[in-house]
Design a protein around this ligand. Structure first.
Ligand SMILES: NC(=O)c1ccc[n+]([C@@H]2O[C@H](COP(=O)([O-])OP(=O)(O)OC[C@H]3O[C@@H](n4cnc5c(N)ncnc54)[C@H](O)[C@@H]3O)[C@@H](O)[C@H]2O)c1
Length: 283
């Protein structure tokens, strides 16, 4: 089984810098690559800020912060990824872009290097097939914010080998995360259940069964959810929730995934949630 000591990361954005922080905090070396120096520096600055908050909370020391940052090499050169035993792709969610990146990586990395993708919605089996190492390709779906969230969904494509699975499973444990292993299918497991639940909350709101605050209070207090589904939709973005439902409807061909008319109306009105200042709630 491949032992992973250096992790390469494509993308220094929300997820890329979070994964970099989680890896470096656990003692691994990290090479984090983005398209330009500004994006790399922004990612590194975000990690430094996150570590500063942990110092304030007395969870880590200044020496821990310095050691963690020293293990992270920011770069704009894919060549620097050759040092890694695993490269995790966490670039923008776009099929054509991911195919381009994976072909580039596949041509560059040593044959034994494992490749993972952090995609939320693209088929792992389809992305694996783009490479010449489909058995050494896997989904590693981290949750946002990565340093705080305990779960990693490990998604096996049809072609993923046991050795590849076992290596990334061991890595997730080494990061202090709890991995669950799932098969490839739209939404994997967590979002397959979560997003239709959010969609159902919009049906309930649209049918006038209860006010938004009452729906959210019901799910918080009755189901012990830390946040109500409508408030969560405002955080995720209503457009993102709608797009996910449309993918499920198309991929499964099952009308149980039809988007709520109210959700569609709100997206059409530009009420996308926190990012536009108004969704179900006003901000
Ligand atoms: N944000 C979330 O809550 C979340 C959760 C789980 C999974 N994901 C997935 O993680 C991935 C990244 O999402 P994000 O929210 O971090 O996006 P983001 O927009 O914050 O960051 C993406 C980064 O990728 C970089 N990038 C684009 N093209 C590149 C290339 N060719 N080479 C290197 N870097 C490139 C961009 O410059 C940007 O910095 C997506 O696949 C997304 O579906 C996101």
């Amino acid at each position: 089984m491949t032992t992973i000591e250096t992790v390469g990361i494509i993308g220094a954005g929300t997820m890329g810098n979070g994964i970099a922080q989680a890896c470096a905090s656990s003692g691994l070396r990290v090479v984090m690559v983005d398209i330009n120096e500004a994006a790399v520096q922004k990612g590194v600055a975000t990690i430094a800020g996150s570590l500063d908050r942990l110092i304030k909370k007395e969870k880590i020391t200044t020496a821990d912060k310095d050691a963690t940052l020293a293990r992270i090499q920011g770069s704009t050169h894919y060549d620097d990824l050759k040092a890694a035993q695993l490269v995790i792709e966490a670039a923008t969610e776009n099929l054509e872009l991911k195919i381009k990146i994976l072909r580039q990586l596949d041509g560059l990395l040593p044959a034994e290097t494992l490749i993972a993708t952090n995609t939320s919605s693209i088929s792992i089996t389809q992305l694996a097939a783009v490479t010449s190492r489909a058995d050494r390709f896997i989904g590693m779906h981290f949750f946002n914010p990565v340093p705080m969230m305990a779960l990693v969904e490990i998604i096996r494509g049809l072609q993923t080998s046991d050795a590849t699975h076992d290596a990334v499973h061991a890595l997730a444990l080494a990061l202090g995360k709890t991995p669950i292993t799932v098969k490839n299918a739209p939404g994997f497991v967590v979002n397959r259940i979560l997003v239709p639940m959010i969609n159902e909350a919009f049906f309930v709101l649209g049918e006038g069964l209860a006010e938004a605050e009452a729906i959210d209070a019901g799910m918080k207090l009755g189901c012990n959810q830390p946040i109500g589904p409508l408030a969560l939709a405002d955080m995720i973005g209503l457009d993102v929730c709608l797009a996910v439902m449309e993918v499920y409807l198309k991929e499964f061909g099952d009308s149980k995934y039809r988007p709520s008319p109210l959700l569609k109306e709100m997206v059409a009105a530009g009420r996308l949630g926190r990012k536009t200042g108004q969704g179900v709630y006003k901000y």
